[in-house]
Design a binder for this molecule. Sequence first.
Ligand code: GDP
Ligand code: IMO
Ligand code: MG
Length: 424
Amino acid sequence: MNKHKAVIGCQWGDEGKGKIVDLLAAGADIIARFQGGANAGHTIRVGDKKYVLHLIPSGIIHPDKICFIGNGVVLDPFTFKEELQLLENEGIDYQGRLFISPATNLVLPYHKLIDAVDEGNRGTTSIGTTMRGIGPAYIDKVARHGIRLVDIFNPERLRRRLEFNRTMKARYLDGSTDERADLERTFNDLQAMAPMFRPMMVDVSRRLYEANKEGKVILYEGAQGCMLDVDLGTYPFATSSNTTVGGVLTGLGVGPKMVGEVVGVIKAYTTRVGSGPFPTELVDDIGEKIRLLGDEYGATTGRPRRCGWLDLVALRHAVRINGVDSIAVTKLDVLDELAEIKVCVAYKLNGDIFSEVPLDLAELSHVQPIYKTLPGWQADTTGTTEFGNLPQKARDYLKFICEDLGVSICLVSTGARREETIRI
Ligand code: GDP
Ligand code: IMO
Ligand code: MG
């Protein structure tokens, strides 16, 4: 197996992928994002510094790593520019080591406007999107009238495509006084940003292919999580991209042999932001306690995250789909105080017991979780760096998860900082 690793969220996002990518980046040469957009919020804590990245791969924090944004990403150029500014403010030099595929579709202001209008129209069945324009941008990509990064270097084509989009989106844009509907302004803004993007535009697929031949190590950074995958997640309460491992191939233009190990990131409990089924959700004091102890508020939108117990049924699905080789379990410390910890081992639906997710994932809103209760360790694990130093009951909890999923464990995270990690 080659050394390249894909880091994939196995739940509903916010598993702690940012921290895990930052850790694994130390052993890689290249870090590449393959899907999603500024809906992602990846947090990295180094010492007292906190970085929240939405589009730029988490590897950028390491001064010597090369970062790529693949064609599978939808790139909001405005957010991207702000993120570059943030890096500059932090003294992080990205020049010459941050590259984007010319085929990357852009998220433009009108996509955000449409996202808001569509969510409003969905009423009680709204998805609870991040309002970052993700769905509308992917719709345009698939409908083949998206605007790609390369288009901004051809003003005539850019204008023509924007005009076509004005026609296609007349019901949203015509007569709107929202400044995001102003396509002339968008045209001018994109033109002004073209020089910033020019040195970053490269053939990402070829660069990765060559890097592989030279023996360089690549880390693929997933965004969102398996259960938010547009095909394999809890559709329609999902995001609009393939968050699962297949997205690596199509989102960067690499062959399957260029994915070595698949590292699944699993939070020691479950969270979800936005609407949609969540069988193990806790709408009680324990859920509130986990939210408080885990500081479970969205890194992108600040929304309180819904909290619940670990769901092994959903995780079996994630491990199978992604071909997960090993797992990184995060936020173990958040469970430190609990006297009992429950784990969902099966679902009950219409009197029948299921150990796998139903064919129709929409049925997740009707299943009843069946729990195994494990004793809590009620001891402080924060900052533990040796597996042997964890309380026996914490080790038992981790072993229970690994054995059920049939995977090994490569990392346990016991705090938000880099050093608060057990390497196994
Ligand atoms: P991502 O979207 O998967 O990268 O995850 P987020 O960054 O949105 O959310 C994870 C949150 O948990 C961030 O605030 C991290 O700093 C924090 N975090 C990551 N690992 C740990 C951990 O082991 N313990 C604690 N207490 N916090 C952690
Ligand atoms: P990271 O990478 C958690 C959720 C939204 C909403 C649904 C669709 O930080 O794990 P979208 O804006 O994509 O159309 O919203 O997906 N969502 C996330 N939830 N973490 C994320 O990213 C998410 N990105 C999107 O809350 O339910
Ligand atoms: Mg996040």
